[in-house]
Design a protein around this ligand. Structure first.
Ligand code: AMP
Ligand code: GLY
Length: 425
């Protein structure tokens, strides 16, 4: 089979690597991919939001199955467009993609189906905001309704900040939407739970915890993710049962009742408070960098899983996992998530000796005249698997020290929660 993979980050390099290990695959085409995927696949430079361009290239390269990595093309309807053109796609349609594309849509589903989530109000004007503030305590979480590249959530500690943040959104700070969701602040521990879904069934696809803040001790502004580990020990068997029965099943049933069944990866972002799961967000794709820690633990042929999902035969698929734990640390360009330089040379990568349990996934990289250069804020994901998180982290940091990229920085405390709590980890 020829596989088309849409996207260009660390998540897509990890997917590309797994796909390349499948016995069912002849060729992989990445739209547009990065320097890492170019070693395993053919990269095709195009605009992934220009669906006609994507379709033409898919036809040209005789692609049999398309996997969509990032959310934006899915929210814009690439699934519907390609399926209409008789192309097999793994990923939800535009309607179901609103689980991530519109926080108001997601919250309404929660309310209608009694899914545990933070109390909220959907606001279209300042007077709606005032009403909510009359009956709530600080902090208040302000969210833009539509996609906002991870920048749409502000935890406001003062009423003035709530007014300022909401009025910026009403004025159009985020082009995708002028609606605002105000939410009660939930204090607890975050975890991510992943499933793979077809029209009839869903299967567990791993747990992880990521680190969103840019600096050690979880300080500084939010980022796309500075590192992650899997599995997430906080997700116990009894918590998992609650996640499935109180959150996943009612959501998938609600979409099925509307005759808009979900298919694809579903990422369930949770806050765990007093051993109860609350839905913080849905993402309609794998997480980045969570994908980079989950896929190295997968034993089953990923294309077999995708093929069965596309045929709605997930129930026949046994998904097997390695016992090892895994961690990834993101190497970023200095200045990220603020201003940072691109096109910086990365010299030492070929000199690094990796074992079978180490993986360097490229995120923001590009080859210029066959030389590796940075091409984004999150540049490389150094990943390793093993028996205990402390040793895995030591291994990753030793690789990062050898790499010695002077233009970059990384967090040395990834996994601090699990490492501090229990010495056996
Ligand atoms: P989201 O884009 O909805 O995932 O929000 C980004 C981050 O904001 C989450 O990962 C949480 O750390 C935080 N967050 C979002 N909603 C809440 C909430 N209701 N209570 C506490 N923290 C939240
Ligand atoms: N790491 C968070 C995300 O992929 O949304």
């Amino acid at each position: 089979m020829n596989i088309g993979l849409i996207g260009s980050g660390g998540r897509e390099h990890a997917l590309c690597k797994k796909i390349s290990e499948s016995k069912l695959v002849d060729k992989i085409i990445c739209f547009p991919g990065n320097a890492g995927t170019s070693e395993l696949a053919k990269n095709v430079e195009l605009d992934i939001l220009n669906f006609k361009q994507v379709l033409n290239s898919i036809k040209l390269h005789k692609v049999d199955l398309v996997i969509v990595g990032p959310e934006e093309p899915l929210v814009n309807g690439i699934g519907d467009f390609l399926r209409k053109n008789k192309i097999k796609v793994f990923g939800p349609d535009k309607y179901a993609a609103k689980l991530e594309g519109s926080k108001a849509f997601m919250k309404k589903i929660c309310k209608q189906n009694k899914i545990p989530t933070a109390d909220f109000k959907i606001c279209e004007k300042q007077s709606d905001v005032k009403k909510f503030l009359n009956n709530c305590s600080l902090p208040v979480v302000v969210k833009a309704d539509g996609l906002a590249s991870g920048k749409g959530v502000t935890i406001c500690k003062t009423f003035y900040q709530v007014f300022k943040t909401t009025s910026d959104i009403f004025k159009g700070k985020f082009k995708t939407s002028r609606k605002v969701i105000l939410e009660e602040f939930l204090k607890g521990e975050e975890a991510s739970y992943f499933i793979i879904v077809d029209k009839n069934n869903f299967k567990f696809f791993g747990t992880a915890q990521d680190h969103k803040r840019v600096f050690e001790k979880d300080m500084g502004p939010n980022t796309g993710g500075m590192g992650a580990y899997s599995p997430a020990p906080i997700v116990t068997k009894s918590l998992e049962k609650k996640i499935v029965s109180k959150i996943i099943v009612p959501t998938l049933r609600a979409l099925k009742r509307k005759k808009r069944s979900y298919t694809g990866f579903l990422y369930i972002g949770l806050m765990i408070k007093n051993s109860e799961p609350y839905l913080i967000e849905y993402n309609i794709r794998m997480g980045d960098p969570e994908c980079q820690v989950i896929l190295p633990r997968l034993k089953t042929d990923i294309i077999k899983i995708f093929n069965n999902a596309v045929k709605n035969k997930l129930c026949d698929t046994k998904i097997e996992w390695k016992k090892e734990k895994s961690m990834t640390i993101v190497l970023c360009a200095k200045g990220y998530p603020g201003k940072y330089k691109k096109n910086l040379k990365i010299n030492n990568i070929d000199k690094i000796k990796l074992t079978k349990t180490d993986f360097i996934y490229h995120a923001g990289t590009k080859l210029y005249n066959n030389k590796l250069r940075s091409n984004g804020g999150r540049v490389l994901n150094i990943t390793s698997i093993g028996k205990n998180f402390i040793k895995i982290r030591e291994r990753i940091i030793s690789i990062l020290k050898n790499l010695n990229w002077k233009n970059g920085f990384y967090r040395r405390d990834i996994g601090w929660k699990v490492i501090k709590k229990n010495a056996n980890y």
